[in-house]
Design a protein. Structure first.
Ligand code: FMN
Length: 167
């Protein structure tokens, strides 16, 4: 049954802030009562619809998101939901698929919609170990190393808008 004013949760994990920005852009386009929360702040899943978003680090979702999904798998399984991932790049189809699968494979139940967004890296914020890790990933996909921002607010908002048909 469609609710007049659905309760919607955008649940994100973010280490350096880009996934949080994207979650907030998506949240702005969703109709209803929308909470945009870090998974570490979520106390209940009393929502009609849930959108889950995580960056990919070393080919995996952030541990805080994986833990959240595992701890709430019973409730998430039957929840109407969509997911998105944030990665260094979203140009290559094979990489997009790899990145989204790294997340969807841990999510129980049906998923309405998925998206992959390109994120950002500010080398000055990274530890030496993180710099090494991201640069070796960028090398492996033949992309220039170093800081970049590929955030695309319009695309993120369009994804948010497109989810209104599920509410
Ligand atoms: C240490 C590190 C490792 C990363 N590993 C990957 C990776 O394996 N695959 C990928 O597509 N992007 C990788 N990235 C890129 C991030 O997914 C991207 O920078 C994202 O915007 C970070 O999200 P956040 O700002 O919300 O933490 C990595 C970034 C860092 C800093």
């Amino acid at each position: 049954m469609k609710r007049v004013t659905p309760d919607v949760l955008v649940a994100y994990a973010s280490k350096h802030g880009s996934t949080e920005k994207i979650a907030r852009w998506i949240g702005k386009e969703i109709r209803g009562n929308v909470d945009v929360l870090d998974v570490e702040q979520i106390s209940n899943l009393n929502y009609d619809y849930v959108i889950l978003g995580t960056p990919i680090y070393e080919h995996k979702p952030l541990p805080s998101m994986s833990q959240f999904v595992e701890q709430n798998s019973g409730q998430l399984e039957n929840k109407a939901k969509s997911v998105f991932v944030v990665a260094s790049d979203n140009e290559l189809r094979s990489k997009r698929e790899q990145n989204i699968q790294a997340f969807t494979k841990i999510i129980p139940g049906e998923i309405n919609q998925t998206a992959v967004f390109a994120g950002e890296v500010d080398e000055q914020e990274l530890s030496n170990q993180e710099q090494h890790s991201v640069n070796s990933y960028l090398n492996s996909i033949s992309k220039p190393v170093g800081s970049y921002t590929k955030l695309n607010e319009k695309k993120c908002r369009e994804f948010g808008k497109s989810l209104n048909r599920f509410l």
